[in-house]
Structure formats: C-alpha cells, structure tokens
Design a protein around this ligand. Sequence first.
Ligand code: IDP
Length: 142
Amino acid sequence: MAVERTLSIVKPDAVAKNVVGKIYSRFEEAGLQIVAAKMLRLSDDVAGGFYAEHRERPFFADLVGFMTSGPVVVQVLEGENAIAKNRELMGATNPQEAEAGTIRADFAQSIDANAVHGSDSPASAEREIAYFFAASEICERG
Ligand code: IDP
C-alpha cells in the first residue's frame, strides 16, 4: 500500500458543536498524520469552486450556503491508503446510513450538515489539496 495524502474538511456543523478535537483523534488513532491545517471562513466563490462538480445538482445552493455558514477547519492527512481510510472513518454521506462508530454516525445530523468532507480519489485529493494549500504549507512529518 502506498503512502497517500488526502484533503479533509471539518464542516461548519462540527466546528459549531466543538468536536474538532474529537474528529482529529479519529484520524490520529487510525494512523493518519495531520501534515497541514487551517481554520477559515469560506466565501461563496471558494465554496462553489471547491464543489464545482456539483454545480448542476439541485442541492448545490444549499451546499454552498451551508459551507459558508461558519468557520471550517481544513487539513491534509497523510498515511498508508489515506484516501480510503479517511472515507471509512467518515462513513456514508447520509449519516442515517453511516455505520456505527463512524464520524458521520457519531457527529452529523443530516445529509446537508454531515460533519466532514474527504477526497474520494487520488485525482480529487490532488486537486483539493492544491485548492487550499500551497506546497510550502504542507509539512514533512517523517
Ligand atoms: P461526500 O461528501 O460523501 O463525498 P458527495 O456526493 O461528494 O458526498 O456530496 C458532497 C456533499 O454534498 C455531501 O457531503 C453533502 O453535504 C451534500 N449532498 C450530497 N448529496 C446531497 C443530497 O442529496 N441532498 C443534500 N445535500 C447533499
């Protein structure tokens, strides 16, 4: 298995619930390292550009409205199989369908406010990491 990097976002609902640390613990306990992190408030343009692939979907305006409703914490996670491992930790998009013990089952209320984002492929991880971080902002942990 290869060491990968993936882009993770703690969404506004989870930041508002004050569970950033609990979510970070899930990453660390699974062997993923945080190699870059920042808190920021997304603008409409930044949130819309991030979710550009969903622009034609009926939920796009709600998604952008939600993602700009409060601060988010954005991080790059690194580790063996990091992309799939993070998706497993997150659970299904709809928290009602998420397996017990996953981040979304434990911390999310609805398909709109679902606590976390994680890249779903190597190509999206590359795009999404570059969307939020300059190469100089990513730390080698060794
Ligand atoms: P993912 O976050 O699990 O990768 P995607 O299909 O990429 O799921 O969708 C991006 C985000 O858009 C989801 O996390 C969710 O917040 C929102 N979303 C997806 N499908 C729906 C829907 O049917 N209704 C409302 N929001 C949705």
